[in-house]
Design a protein. Sequence first.
Length: 192
Amino acid sequence: MTRRRLTPEEVDLWRKVADSAHRMHPERSHHEAPKPKPKPVKVPSPRLSGFEVGAKSPSRPVAHDLMPGISERVARQPVKMDKKAFGRLKRGKLVPEGKIDLHGMTLDQAHPALTGFLLRSHSEGKRLVLVITGKGKTKYDEGPIPTRRGVLKHNVPHWLSMAPLAGVVLQVSEAHLKHGGSGAYYVYLRRH
């Protein structure tokens, strides 16, 4: 951007404005700067006798007791079935004899569907079934308390440990990747 020179008319107009202007603070000199604000003086707080901050606090902080994730809790369950068959199950070598897909169902729809399917499978003599729950949706969480991802994934192991399913279920384990991974469970049923 180039600067242009003022025209003689603009210079005359400026001089008229400058001559009619009055100083806002005529008592100050041109070079006098405003004085800085004074700094606040710190007043010491009165000391209470016999009081010391942190005197009664515990010596070390208390560790947080966080509940492990659902995958860890299912994996920590004791093995009730044959250990060799359980190893083959974890490697995905056993083929499920039946499967139910609860993915997309509500809790009210999924619970009776799962109960009926497992009781029917047990009465038919099946040993290994696959229960697909899905991993759950990731959604934006606005609250201070985090919400769990995958409502069905968290509720299915709980349902399997309650009556009437606890009597027919021998072992619950997360499925191998080729059968759905963490979005599905192997349910090993008791002998009929």
